[in-house]
Design a protein around this ligand. Sequence first.
Ligand code: GDP
Ligand code: IMO
Ligand code: MG
Length: 423
Amino acid sequence: MANIVVFGSQWGDEGKGKIVDILAEQASAVVRFQGGNNAGHTLVVEGEQCILHLIPSGVLHPGKLCLIGNGVVLDPVVFCQEVDKLAAKGLDVSPTRMMISKKTHVIMPYHRLIDSARETTKSEAKKIGTTGRGIGPCYEDKMHRCGIRACDFADPELLREKIGKALEEKNVLFKHFYGVGELDPEAVFAEVLPYAERLVPYLGDVSTAIQTAQKDGMVLFEGAQGTHLDIDHGTYPFVTSSNTVTANAASGSGCSPRDLHRIVAIVKAYTTRVGGGPFPTELLDADGDYLQSKGHEFGATTGRKRRCGWLDLVVLKESVRLNGPTELAITKLDVLSGLSELKLCVAYEYRGETILYPPQEQNGMGHVTPVYESMPGWDEDISAARSWGDLPVNAVNYLRRIEKITGVPVGIVSVGPDRVQTF
Ligand code: GDP
Ligand code: IMO
Ligand code: MG
């Protein structure tokens, strides 16, 4: 059966969690392959909302394997909290169905401290507006080759030694650069140890688990963040610290690119961004307020208001080029009901030229002027639509225009937060 990769095509919060939950019905395993608990994936089933930060969005389907790949950065405290919350709902979160790769790097208290200390020392314009979860500093240690991996949790003496070594350098920064005071390695070890012990039964070989799960059915790879937050291809430096593009589904989980078959781009019917950085189609007017309030656009992780704007097809075309989607899943189409005119950004004016892809210079995106195409909107409430035939003609035309410009067919349409509001 064809494996599926789900990815965010914009700046995150496109509705990946909802679509993964739906597609998980047919999966034998769901895998997270990058990012960490900077993600907030919202699932709504029969009116009940569940927000997941770390555990794959297949968890609501009994019996599906939930795997955390080597490319993730895992906060053990958050993992345990999420496990407890799901267990309280009566879900099976035991190691029989959940596994953390032994190679996954773990977020330590000092990573969270660096993340927040760094943001406070930056001027407003330079602030990335990170989620403060220690994501960047943990990936830094991975690349610096001094990171702590989940497998180290099974070896407390090694864990103690590695914490001590990491803090030798970081304490100099804490004391003399950030002025936040040093951390005591023994206190950090004591703080982490109970979580480490709880995690040990979950450690495993995720790569082999994926290989086995493929024999029983389909493996679903759940992307986090969005393509324009990718460390290489996003609006650098206003990005996250991992590769969010679909190619990383293979390296971030331990499988071959040949195992990625169907690729689903999650596209919000308009654009949002949370945190700092350029956003060409951002609306600072009544239409922006309309999208923000009608779409309940608040960050699922930090609760911050999301910035809102028109759908940017330049951004989307770049995502198509980088990720190779076989289909688009358009979410939140219902939010556009009631707007008399809809705008689609089809190109940028940049340095006297018209361009069809984002400029690559630092902050080039901050200096483009969007070129818009206008389409008539619709008034009807479409949240009860369950087929193309239930949509007003202007909504169908809007989707057809997106297909035409991106060259990718729309395979899934979402018209509300609930699992059933989809066709
Ligand atoms: P993710 O990070 O990509 O999983 O997305 P989030 O969960 O952060 O944000 C998407 C938000 O939109 C959540 O509150 C979802 O419940 C909600 N949502 C998803 N699809 C739809 C939809 O089609 N219509 C509406 N109105 N809300 C949706
Ligand atoms: P999901 O998976 C939206 C943003 C932050 C900040 C930047 C860097 O729910 O779509 P980080 O903490 O990663 O170092 O912050 O990236 N960001 C997200 N924005 N959705 C997300 O995840 C995000 N994860 C990180 O707001 O601008
Ligand atoms: Mg989110």
